[in-house]
Design a protein around this ligand. Structure first.
Ligand code: WQD
Length: 339
């Protein structure tokens, strides 16, 4: 299939581009580079040994998406485009609704106009989070979520469900990611957060490589084995392969699966894994809990196993080893040479 990746120059998108090319598909990327770099896609093309056509533009621009769908004779779309910071969404909800809902709607409408009916959506475990309780077992809570970012994901899931009910030609999949971590084993592409990383793994990597002084552990008084938050860290290469499996399993209608390992790891587990791989201490201090954080968030990936024949193969240690290799080789991410 020829697959359009909207927001495909980002962390998950660039890894998915490689997995698709290596599985024999063709890839085209549309990205506005508001939170990514074109360098990620040129390197992804080098790794896969294939050119990746790259269109600079906004996935919320319906006429542009239509032009790309028709111009490149696209068979399927994986929609990554959108903003993804929980904290930022609380401060600037209208931007999140405008960008995330706008790009999803423009893409879906352009697809209907172009007669493209295969769609995979990048969603998030955040749709399970109840306000004030963090993550509860796997029954999505609709739009009563703790933050606007999560609400945009739940709203887009509802839009896809309505579209699939109304048009039997639509073949759709919703993929709810748990915590993507790690990097391609080549060390050439990886997570490149702008500014201070919100997420644990890139922050620890920057401390381990000496970019930052110490890790702030957000609370060690959770009801978990060591008191710190437990998450389901899934290697980004496993996540990328989950997208290939989902695309190849599409059929009329909609299916929704969790992409996670099913295993939990605590903040201290991550710190220890980094210390073992980097062979150095990772300084930290325990501070107050971060508001809204759940004690435990781990996936039930059984439906993904059954429906997609997909299972995460890589361990937390694999992810830490690959994240460390990426961080050391690219201390300033794709902005190499910058101080
Ligand atoms: C992991 C654990 C923190 C940073 C977020 C989004 C979610 C999804 C994935 C987009 C928690 C602790 C973290 C730090 C810490 N994003 N932590 N010090 O919060 O599970 O999920 O990213 O879809 O929507 O909410 O990931 O990496 O921020 O936190 O102690 O500096 O690490 O308390 O227990 P999270 P995270």
């Amino acid at each position: 299939m020829r697959v359009l990746l909207t927001g495909g120059a980002g962390y998950i998108g660039s890894h998915t581009a490689i997995a698709l090319l290596e599985s024999g598909h063709d890839v085209v990327v549309l990205d506005d580079f508001s939170n990514s770099s074109s360098e990620a896609i040129s390197r992804a093309g080098e790794i896969a040994g294939r050119e990746i056509p790259l269109v600079r533009g906004d996935a919320a621009d319906r006429s542009l998406v239509l032009e790309v769908l028709r111009g490149y004779q696209i068979d399927a779309v994986v929609h990554f485009a959108g903003r993804k910071s929980v904290g930022e969404s609380v401060d600037d909800p209208l931007r999140y609704y405008s960008v995330n809902l706008g790009s999803a709607l423009a893409t879906l409408v352009a697809m209907a106009d172009a007669g493209v009916h295969r769609f995979v959506f990048s969603s998030s475990a955040t749709v399970y989070e109840r306000p004030g309780e963090g993550l509860v077992e796997h029954d999505p809570v609709g739009i009563d979520l703790p933050n606007p970012y999560g609400r945009t994901k739940a709203m887009i899931e509802a839009i896809i469900a309505d579209a699939a009910r109304a048009d039997a030609r639509l073949h759709a999949a919703v993929l709810r990611y748990f915590n993507p971590v790690g990097a391609h084993p080549s060390g050439r592409i990886g997570e490149d957060p702008k500014g201070v990383p919100n997420n644990l793994m890139p922050f620890v990597a920057q401390v381990a490589v000496g970019e930052r002084e110490r890790v702030r552990v957000f609370g060690d008084d959770y009801p978990t084995a060591d008191g710190t938050g437990v998450r389901d860290y899934i290697h980004v290469v496993d996540l990328a392969l989950g997208h290939v499996a989902a695309l190849e399993a599409l059929e009329p209608g909609l299916f929704t699966v969790n992409l996670g390992t099913g295993r939990g790891a605590s903040v201290f587990d991550v710190l220890r894994a980094f210390e073992a791989v980097a062979d150095r201490a990772v300084p930290y201090e325990v501070v107050e809990r971060r508001p809204g954080d759940a004690a435990v968030s781990t996936a039930d990936p059984s439906l993904a196993h059954q429906r997609l024949g997909w299972k995460a193969q890589r361990s937390l240690d694999d992810a830490v080893r690959d994240a460390w290799r990426w961080q050391r080789a690219n201390p300033h991410g794709y902005r190499e040479g910058e101080e």
